[in-house]
Design a protein around this ligand. Structure first.
Ligand code: NAD
Ligand code: WQD
Length: 351
């Protein structure tokens, strides 16, 4: 069992929830994050919720010197690699920034890991690698494709990891690629959650900002898809289920030979209108919406076949749609402007 885990991007939305579950499970956690899309307050609150300390380095994964320093400072047993840029539209406008941050950053991280003799890795991949799947539910052996630089950066990193794990000259690497579907929700405490900068790209943060009164109405991108109500269908998964999936993946590294891809989803699809209806139930707010044109690049429907995750990781999503929306609302209503109004007290709680 891996004991000390280096978490890249640990101050971000999924990373902060994963750090919390790691600490709750008794692991030691070292975070590296450049805070390009996160607040250090998230880590203060992870410490507060866990009642113990984690180590935080404000640094960039492209900084080889910083990485070498971190690996030299303490024994690291495994790495969970969340750090990366993730906005699809921005990636179309700034492809080099995405290849530099995501691909070059991962090359630097892997090189530093190898130099330090650490070859156990859990990587944040995405259902975006399935492109527009020919059928649903989506299995791990389905063909992969990308329609934008963000998605291509994930494909390239996946291929890099498969190649690395297959090299006859390398010491054995053990890698689990986790392909997340659509994370939503927040820790049940409502103390940590998703805090997107600017206008949210993703549906659930947008819906919640309408509920809290920051935005007027949800724009539903198309109601003429070949789905039951015509709106897009996705596999929304509670971020805590996702975080717990990382603990299962760390445990599965022990039996992993090479590089293995695993879907993290619930296996259920919900439409945009289902999500708005669930948010109305959870919040008691009317949440007005209007139907607008399809968003370029969107697909009609995708959801996971979660069977391999159940078999390989012994992991299943446990939280249903109402819990996801209720927890997201607890976070959003208690923190209407995210972490913006909270100050970092950098307090430390001894373990
Ligand atoms: P996030 O932006 O909240 O977290 C990413 C974190 O990485 C941020 O804290 C950011 O400051 C940090 N970071 C970015 N570049 C860095 C760098 N060069 N060096 C150090 N830190 C850096 O995003 P998230 O939603 O928590 O996503 C985490 C990972 O999961 C990403 O790799 C993302 O592509 C992947 N993913 C996310 C989703 C989703 O819908 N949220 C779905 C599938 C996959
Ligand atoms: C969900 C549904 C929209 C916003 C993205 C990335 C993907 C992965 C997960 C990282 C769709 C509709 C949305 C709005 C809407 N991320 N929608 N109005 O597009 O499934 O996936 O996040 O890897 O790579 O592309 O998620 O939350 O943006 O959209 O009607 O204001 O909600 O059309 O049907 P998506 P999303």
């Amino acid at each position: 069992m891996s004991h000390t885990v280096l978490v890249t991007g640990g101050a971000g939305y999924i990373g902060s929830h994963a750090c919390l579950e790691l600490l709750r499970a008794g692991r030691d956690v070292v975070v590296i994050d450049n805070l390009s899309n996160a607040s250090r307050v998230s880590l203060d609150r992870v410490r507060e919720l866990a009642g113990c300390e984690l180590v935080f380095h404000e640094a960039d994964i492209r900084d080889r010197g910083a990485l070498d320093g971190i690996f030299a400072a303490q024994r690291i047993d495994a790495v969970i690699h969340f750090a990366g840029l993730k906005a699809v539209g921005e990636s179309v406008e700034q492809p080099l920034a995405y290849y530099d941050n995501n691909v070059a950053g991962t090359v630097t991280l892997l090189s530093a890991m190898r130099a330090a003799g650490v070859r156990d890795l859990v990587f944040s991949s995405s259902c975006t690698v399935y492109g527009d799947p020919a059928q649903v539910p989506v299995r791990e052996d389905f063909p992969r494709s990308a329609t934008n630089p963000y998605g291509r950066s994930k494909l390239i990193i996946e291929d890099m990891l498969f190649d690395l794990a297959a090299s006859p000259l390398e010491e054995p690497w053990r890698v689990v690629l986790l392909r997340y579907f659509n994370p939503v929700g927040a820790d049940a405490s409502g103390r940590i959650g998703e805090d997107p900068a600017g206008i949210p790209n993703n549906l659930m943060p947008f819906v919640m900002q309408v509920a809290v009164g920051r935005r007027e109405r949800v724009r539903v991108f198309g109601d003429d898809y070949p789905t039951p109500d015509g709106t897009g269908v996705r596999d929304y998964i509670h971020v805590t289920d996702l975080a717990v999936g990382h603990l299962a993946a760390l445990d599965a590294l022990a039996k992993t030979r090479g590089c293995v891809a695993v879907n993290l989803g619930t296996g259920r699809g919900y439409s945009v209108l289902d999500m708005i209806a669930a948010a109305r139930r959870a919040t008691g707010h009317p949440i007005p919406h209007e139907i607008v044109a399809r968003r370029p690049g969107d697909i009609a429907a995708t959801y996971a076949d979660p069977a391999f995750a159940a078999e390989y990781l012994d992991w299943r999503a446990a939280r249903d749609l109402d819990v996801m929306v209720r927890d997201h609302w607890r976070w959003q209503s208690a923190n209407p402007t995210g972490y913006a109004d909270a100050s970092s007290d950098s307090r430390t709680v001894p373990r």
